[in-house]
Design a binder for this molecule. Structure first.
Ligand code: TYM
Length: 336
Protein backbone atom coordinates (compact mmCIF):
# COMPACT_ATOMS: atom_id res chain seq x y z
CA UNK A 1 0.00 0.00 0.00
CA UNK A 2 1.17 3.53 -0.69
CA UNK A 3 1.66 5.67 2.38
CA UNK A 4 0.20 9.06 3.25
CA UNK A 5 1.51 11.38 5.92
CA UNK A 6 -0.04 14.60 7.22
CA UNK A 7 -0.50 16.63 10.36
CA UNK A 8 -2.04 19.62 12.09
CA UNK A 9 -0.37 21.93 14.56
CA UNK A 10 -1.70 21.69 18.11
CA UNK A 11 -2.28 25.43 18.37
CA UNK A 12 -5.64 27.10 18.90
CA UNK A 13 -8.83 25.34 17.96
CA UNK A 14 -9.13 23.13 14.96
CA UNK A 15 -11.44 24.92 12.55
CA UNK A 16 -13.50 24.18 9.48
CA UNK A 17 -10.56 25.00 7.19
CA UNK A 18 -8.37 22.36 8.83
CA UNK A 19 -11.26 19.94 8.64
CA UNK A 20 -12.41 20.51 5.06
CA UNK A 21 -8.90 21.14 3.71
CA UNK A 22 -7.21 18.23 5.46
CA UNK A 23 -8.76 15.99 8.14
CA UNK A 24 -11.96 15.12 6.26
CA UNK A 25 -9.87 14.04 3.28
CA UNK A 26 -7.60 11.89 5.43
CA UNK A 27 -10.68 9.98 6.48
CA UNK A 28 -11.74 9.50 2.88
CA UNK A 29 -8.24 8.19 2.06
CA UNK A 30 -7.50 6.06 5.08
CA UNK A 31 -8.86 2.81 3.70
CA UNK A 32 -6.86 3.00 0.50
CA UNK A 33 -3.50 3.92 2.02
CA UNK A 34 -1.22 3.17 4.88
CA UNK A 35 -1.54 6.31 6.96
CA UNK A 36 0.46 8.30 9.48
CA UNK A 37 -1.34 11.32 10.88
CA UNK A 38 0.58 13.23 13.46
CA UNK A 39 0.14 16.18 15.71
CA UNK A 40 3.07 18.33 14.78
CA UNK A 41 4.01 19.54 18.24
CA UNK A 42 7.53 20.54 17.22
CA UNK A 43 6.01 23.04 14.82
CA UNK A 44 4.12 24.71 17.62
CA UNK A 45 7.23 25.85 19.49
CA UNK A 46 8.51 28.29 16.91
CA UNK A 47 6.72 31.04 18.86
CA UNK A 48 6.84 31.50 22.64
CA UNK A 49 4.50 28.92 24.18
CA UNK A 50 3.19 27.47 27.42
CA UNK A 51 4.56 23.96 27.93
CA UNK A 52 1.52 22.63 29.79
CA UNK A 53 -0.82 24.12 27.26
CA UNK A 54 1.14 22.41 24.48
CA UNK A 55 0.72 18.91 25.88
CA UNK A 56 -2.95 19.59 26.60
CA UNK A 57 -3.56 20.88 23.06
CA UNK A 58 -1.67 17.89 21.62
CA UNK A 59 -4.00 15.45 23.37
CA UNK A 60 -7.05 17.47 22.37
CA UNK A 61 -5.95 17.47 18.75
CA UNK A 62 -5.46 13.71 18.89
CA UNK A 63 -8.98 13.34 20.28
CA UNK A 64 -10.33 15.48 17.45
CA UNK A 65 -8.64 13.25 14.87
CA UNK A 66 -10.27 10.21 16.43
CA UNK A 67 -13.62 11.91 16.84
CA UNK A 68 -13.60 12.86 13.16
CA UNK A 69 -13.20 9.19 12.29
CA UNK A 70 -9.53 8.41 11.97
CA UNK A 71 -9.36 4.79 13.01
CA UNK A 72 -6.10 3.19 11.95
CA UNK A 73 -2.50 4.23 12.44
CA UNK A 74 -1.86 7.50 14.23
CA UNK A 75 1.12 8.97 15.92
CA UNK A 76 2.35 11.75 18.04
CA UNK A 77 5.29 13.20 16.26
CA UNK A 78 8.11 12.88 18.65
CA UNK A 79 11.29 13.19 16.73
CA UNK A 80 14.28 14.43 18.63
CA UNK A 81 15.47 17.23 16.44
CA UNK A 82 16.48 20.70 17.46
CA UNK A 83 14.44 23.69 16.42
CA UNK A 84 14.85 24.02 12.70
CA UNK A 85 13.35 26.54 10.41
CA UNK A 86 9.78 25.65 9.79
CA UNK A 87 9.69 24.43 6.18
CA UNK A 88 12.71 22.21 6.73
CA UNK A 89 11.08 20.75 9.81
CA UNK A 90 8.01 19.99 7.76
CA UNK A 91 10.12 18.37 5.05
CA UNK A 92 11.78 16.14 7.62
CA UNK A 93 8.38 15.09 9.01
CA UNK A 94 7.42 13.92 5.59
CA UNK A 95 10.68 12.43 4.33
CA UNK A 96 11.46 10.57 7.52
CA UNK A 97 8.29 8.53 7.08
CA UNK A 98 8.79 7.74 3.37
CA UNK A 99 5.48 9.18 2.39
CA UNK A 100 4.00 8.74 -1.08
CA UNK A 101 1.30 11.38 -0.72
CA UNK A 102 0.63 14.28 1.61
CA UNK A 103 -3.02 15.38 1.85
CA UNK A 104 -3.03 19.07 2.79
CA UNK A 105 -4.77 22.35 2.05
CA UNK A 106 -3.51 24.70 -0.60
CA UNK A 107 -1.47 26.86 1.80
CA UNK A 108 1.01 23.99 2.27
CA UNK A 109 1.77 23.58 -1.42
CA UNK A 110 4.99 25.59 -1.37
CA UNK A 111 6.30 23.61 1.60
CA UNK A 112 5.69 20.43 -0.36
CA UNK A 113 7.65 21.83 -3.26
CA UNK A 114 10.63 22.44 -0.98
CA UNK A 115 10.22 18.94 0.47
CA UNK A 116 10.35 17.41 -3.00
CA UNK A 117 13.43 19.41 -3.90
CA UNK A 118 15.25 18.36 -0.75
CA UNK A 119 14.39 14.70 -1.36
CA UNK A 120 15.56 14.86 -4.95
CA UNK A 121 18.78 16.56 -3.93
CA UNK A 122 19.64 13.96 -1.27
CA UNK A 123 18.71 11.13 -3.62
CA UNK A 124 20.90 12.65 -6.31
CA UNK A 125 23.89 13.23 -4.03
CA UNK A 126 23.76 10.05 -1.98
CA UNK A 127 21.26 7.69 -3.52
CA UNK A 128 23.08 6.77 -6.69
CA UNK A 129 26.27 4.88 -7.28
CA UNK A 130 27.82 5.73 -3.92
CA UNK A 131 24.91 4.12 -2.18
CA UNK A 132 25.18 0.96 -4.27
CA UNK A 133 28.91 0.64 -3.58
CA UNK A 134 28.13 0.59 0.11
CA UNK A 135 26.05 -2.51 -0.50
CA UNK A 136 22.69 -0.82 -0.21
CA UNK A 137 19.68 -1.38 -2.42
CA UNK A 138 20.55 1.57 -4.55
CA UNK A 139 18.10 4.13 -5.75
CA UNK A 140 16.15 6.56 -3.66
CA UNK A 141 16.92 7.31 -0.04
CA UNK A 142 13.79 9.36 0.32
CA UNK A 143 10.52 8.89 -1.46
CA UNK A 144 9.65 12.05 -3.36
CA UNK A 145 6.15 12.77 -2.04
CA UNK A 146 3.28 14.34 -3.90
CA UNK A 147 0.75 16.72 -2.39
CA UNK A 148 -2.91 15.70 -2.48
CA UNK A 149 -4.89 18.93 -2.51
CA UNK A 150 -8.66 18.46 -2.60
CA UNK A 151 -10.58 19.92 -5.56
CA UNK A 152 -12.97 21.66 -3.16
CA UNK A 153 -12.18 22.80 0.36
CA UNK A 154 -8.46 23.38 -0.19
CA UNK A 155 -8.89 27.00 0.77
CA UNK A 156 -11.78 27.68 3.11
CA UNK A 157 -12.09 31.42 3.58
CA UNK A 158 -12.85 33.50 6.64
CA UNK A 159 -16.57 33.82 7.37
CA UNK A 160 -16.39 37.58 7.28
CA UNK A 161 -13.80 38.22 4.59
CA UNK A 162 -13.95 36.04 1.54
CA UNK A 163 -10.51 37.17 0.44
CA UNK A 164 -8.53 35.85 3.43
CA UNK A 165 -8.33 32.24 4.44
CA UNK A 166 -9.91 30.93 7.59
CA UNK A 167 -7.06 30.77 10.08
CA UNK A 168 -6.32 29.89 13.68
CA UNK A 169 -4.37 33.09 14.09
CA UNK A 170 -6.96 35.58 12.79
CA UNK A 171 -7.79 37.89 15.71
CA UNK A 172 -11.55 37.46 15.49
CA UNK A 173 -12.80 34.07 16.61
CA UNK A 174 -15.99 34.96 14.76
CA UNK A 175 -14.19 34.69 11.45
CA UNK A 176 -14.03 30.92 11.82
CA UNK A 177 -16.10 27.97 12.88
CA UNK A 178 -14.24 25.64 15.19
CA UNK A 179 -15.07 21.95 15.15
CA UNK A 180 -15.92 22.06 18.84
CA UNK A 181 -18.12 25.16 18.73
CA UNK A 182 -21.44 24.53 20.50
CA UNK A 183 -24.74 24.72 18.64
CA UNK A 184 -25.72 28.22 19.79
CA UNK A 185 -22.31 29.60 18.90
CA UNK A 186 -22.66 28.28 15.34
CA UNK A 187 -26.20 29.67 15.15
CA UNK A 188 -24.98 33.10 16.19
CA UNK A 189 -21.94 32.97 13.94
CA UNK A 190 -24.14 32.51 10.91
CA UNK A 191 -27.15 34.55 12.02
CA UNK A 192 -25.16 37.70 12.71
CA UNK A 193 -23.39 37.66 9.39
CA UNK A 194 -24.72 40.49 7.31
CA UNK A 195 -23.57 41.70 3.99
CA UNK A 196 -22.32 45.11 3.16
CA UNK A 197 -25.02 45.94 0.67
CA UNK A 198 -24.29 48.39 -2.06
CA UNK A 199 -27.29 49.13 -4.23
CA UNK A 200 -26.38 50.36 -7.65
CA UNK A 201 -29.27 52.01 -9.42
CA UNK A 202 -28.87 52.93 -13.07
CA UNK A 203 -31.38 55.51 -14.31
CA UNK A 204 -31.47 57.60 -17.51
CA UNK A 205 -29.46 60.84 -17.07
CA UNK A 206 -28.38 60.03 -13.55
CA UNK A 207 -25.25 58.00 -14.02
CA UNK A 208 -24.78 55.83 -10.97
CA UNK A 209 -26.46 56.38 -7.68
CA UNK A 210 -24.94 54.47 -4.83
CA UNK A 211 -26.72 53.95 -1.59
CA UNK A 212 -24.90 52.40 1.30
CA UNK A 213 -27.30 50.64 3.57
CA UNK A 214 -26.55 51.19 7.25
CA UNK A 215 -25.13 48.13 8.93
CA UNK A 216 -27.34 46.91 11.68
CA UNK A 217 -25.52 43.73 12.47
CA UNK A 218 -22.25 42.99 14.20
CA UNK A 219 -20.44 41.25 11.41
CA UNK A 220 -20.41 41.80 7.71
CA UNK A 221 -19.56 39.80 4.66
CA UNK A 222 -17.43 42.60 3.35
CA UNK A 223 -18.05 42.55 -0.32
CA UNK A 224 -21.46 41.32 -1.29
CA UNK A 225 -22.28 43.67 -4.13
CA UNK A 226 -25.73 43.42 -5.53
CA UNK A 227 -27.20 45.25 -8.48
CA UNK A 228 -30.60 46.80 -8.21
CA UNK A 229 -32.53 47.35 -11.41
CA UNK A 230 -31.34 44.12 -12.90
CA UNK A 231 -33.09 42.60 -9.87
CA UNK A 232 -30.36 40.10 -9.15
CA UNK A 233 -29.82 41.05 -5.55
CA UNK A 234 -29.63 38.47 -2.84
CA UNK A 235 -29.64 35.58 -5.25
CA UNK A 236 -26.92 33.18 -4.20
CA UNK A 237 -24.31 32.04 -6.69
CA UNK A 238 -20.94 30.31 -6.91
CA UNK A 239 -17.89 31.77 -8.64
CA UNK A 240 -18.85 35.44 -8.81
CA UNK A 241 -15.49 37.09 -8.17
CA UNK A 242 -17.22 40.13 -6.76
CA UNK A 243 -18.95 38.02 -4.12
CA UNK A 244 -16.24 35.88 -2.52
CA UNK A 245 -18.13 35.43 0.76
CA UNK A 246 -21.14 34.12 -1.09
CA UNK A 247 -18.95 31.63 -2.92
CA UNK A 248 -17.24 30.58 0.31
CA UNK A 249 -20.45 29.98 2.25
CA UNK A 250 -21.98 28.01 -0.61
CA UNK A 251 -18.79 25.94 -0.85
CA UNK A 252 -18.85 25.23 2.88
CA UNK A 253 -22.47 24.16 2.56
CA UNK A 254 -21.58 21.92 -0.39
CA UNK A 255 -18.79 20.14 1.49
CA UNK A 256 -20.57 19.82 4.78
CA UNK A 257 -23.81 18.53 3.24
CA UNK A 258 -21.99 16.11 0.93
CA UNK A 259 -23.86 17.46 -2.09
CA UNK A 260 -22.30 18.27 -5.44
CA UNK A 261 -21.62 21.82 -6.54
CA UNK A 262 -24.32 21.48 -9.21
CA UNK A 263 -26.88 20.30 -6.67
CA UNK A 264 -26.10 23.20 -4.36
CA UNK A 265 -26.14 25.74 -7.19
CA UNK A 266 -29.59 24.53 -8.17
CA UNK A 267 -30.92 24.25 -4.63
CA UNK A 268 -29.77 27.76 -3.71
CA UNK A 269 -30.25 29.64 -6.95
CA UNK A 270 -33.46 31.30 -5.84
CA UNK A 271 -32.54 31.73 -2.20
CA UNK A 272 -31.70 34.88 -0.36
CA UNK A 273 -29.52 35.01 2.73
CA UNK A 274 -32.55 34.72 4.97
CA UNK A 275 -33.38 31.29 3.59
CA UNK A 276 -29.82 30.11 3.14
CA UNK A 277 -28.46 30.94 6.58
CA UNK A 278 -30.68 28.50 8.55
CA UNK A 279 -29.96 25.83 5.94
CA UNK A 280 -26.20 26.26 6.38
CA UNK A 281 -26.51 26.47 10.16
CA UNK A 282 -28.49 23.22 10.36
CA UNK A 283 -26.11 21.42 8.01
CA UNK A 284 -23.12 22.48 10.11
CA UNK A 285 -24.71 21.52 13.40
CA UNK A 286 -25.84 18.18 12.04
CA UNK A 287 -22.38 17.40 10.66
CA UNK A 288 -20.42 18.53 13.70
CA UNK A 289 -22.68 17.10 16.42
CA UNK A 290 -21.53 13.45 16.18
CA UNK A 291 -17.88 14.59 16.08
CA UNK A 292 -18.40 16.62 19.25
CA UNK A 293 -20.15 13.76 21.06
CA UNK A 294 -17.36 11.37 20.12
CA UNK A 295 -14.72 13.93 21.16
CA UNK A 296 -16.18 14.12 24.67
CA UNK A 297 -16.22 10.32 24.93
CA UNK A 298 -12.59 10.08 23.85
CA UNK A 299 -11.45 12.86 26.16
CA UNK A 300 -13.07 11.09 29.11
CA UNK A 301 -11.14 7.87 28.37
CA UNK A 302 -7.56 8.95 28.81
CA UNK A 303 -6.20 5.37 28.80
CA UNK A 304 -7.56 4.86 25.31
CA UNK A 305 -6.12 8.13 24.05
CA UNK A 306 -2.73 7.38 25.61
CA UNK A 307 -2.68 3.96 23.99
CA UNK A 308 -3.51 5.31 20.56
CA UNK A 309 -0.74 7.88 20.87
CA UNK A 310 1.80 5.37 22.18
CA UNK A 311 1.01 2.78 19.48
CA UNK A 312 1.21 5.42 16.80
CA UNK A 313 4.46 6.82 18.12
CA UNK A 314 6.02 3.33 18.23
CA UNK A 315 5.01 2.60 14.68
CA UNK A 316 6.23 5.99 13.47
CA UNK A 317 9.54 5.53 15.32
CA UNK A 318 10.18 2.20 13.54
CA UNK A 319 9.72 3.78 10.14
CA UNK A 320 11.82 6.80 11.11
CA UNK A 321 14.63 4.60 12.45
CA UNK A 322 14.84 2.65 9.22
CA UNK A 323 15.03 5.87 7.20
CA UNK A 324 17.64 7.39 9.49
CA UNK A 325 19.78 4.24 9.32
CA UNK A 326 19.72 4.42 5.56
CA UNK A 327 20.56 8.09 5.54
CA UNK A 328 23.46 7.68 7.97
CA UNK A 329 24.85 4.79 5.99
CA UNK A 330 24.46 6.49 2.62
CA UNK A 331 26.14 9.64 3.91
CA UNK A 332 29.03 7.82 5.52
CA UNK A 333 28.12 8.55 9.14
CA UNK A 334 28.60 5.97 11.84
CA UNK A 335 25.24 5.10 13.38
CA UNK A 336 25.14 6.52 16.86
P1 TYM B 1 -1.82 23.81 9.94
O1 TYM B 1 -1.83 23.26 11.33
O2 TYM B 1 -1.77 25.27 9.75
O3 TYM B 1 -3.10 23.29 9.19
C1 TYM B 1 -3.42 21.91 9.15
C2 TYM B 1 -4.05 21.54 7.80
O4 TYM B 1 -5.20 22.35 7.58
C3 TYM B 1 -5.10 22.98 6.29
N1 TYM B 1 -5.75 24.30 6.36
C4 TYM B 1 -6.72 24.71 5.52
N2 TYM B 1 -7.31 24.11 4.48
C5 TYM B 1 -8.28 24.79 3.84
N3 TYM B 1 -8.68 26.04 4.18
C6 TYM B 1 -8.11 26.69 5.22
N4 TYM B 1 -8.54 27.90 5.56
C7 TYM B 1 -7.07 26.01 5.94
N5 TYM B 1 -6.30 26.34 7.02
C8 TYM B 1 -5.50 25.28 7.25
C9 TYM B 1 -3.62 23.08 6.02
O5 TYM B 1 -3.35 23.20 4.62
C10 TYM B 1 -3.09 21.79 6.61
O6 TYM B 1 -3.24 20.72 5.69
N6 TYM B 1 2.84 22.94 8.22
C11 TYM B 1 1.53 22.34 8.53
C12 TYM B 1 1.59 21.17 9.44
C13 TYM B 1 2.58 20.12 9.10
C14 TYM B 1 2.43 19.11 8.13
C15 TYM B 1 3.64 18.34 8.20
C16 TYM B 1 1.45 18.78 7.22
C17 TYM B 1 3.78 19.96 9.71
N7 TYM B 1 4.41 18.87 9.18
C18 TYM B 1 3.83 17.25 7.38
C19 TYM B 1 1.66 17.70 6.38
C20 TYM B 1 2.84 16.93 6.47
C21 TYM B 1 0.64 23.40 9.17
O7 TYM B 1 1.09 24.33 9.79
O8 TYM B 1 -0.68 23.09 9.08
Amino acid sequence: KKRIVSGVQPTGSIHLGNYLGAIKNWIALQNSYETLFFIVDLHAITLPYDTQQLSKATRETAAIYLACGIDNSKGDENVGVALLTYPVLMASDILLYQSDFVPVGEDQKQHLELTRELAERVNYLYGGRKWKKLGGRGGAIFKVPEPLIPPAGARVMSLTDGLSKMSKSAPSDQSRINLLDPKDRIEDDIRFLEYNLTLTCRLPLINILEIDVIHVYKRKLVSDVVSFLSLTFAILEFDNLERPECNNLLSIYQLISGKTKGEVAEECQNMNWGTFKPLLTDALIEHLHPIQVRYEEIMSDSAYLDKVLADGAAKAADIADATLNNVYQAMGFLRR
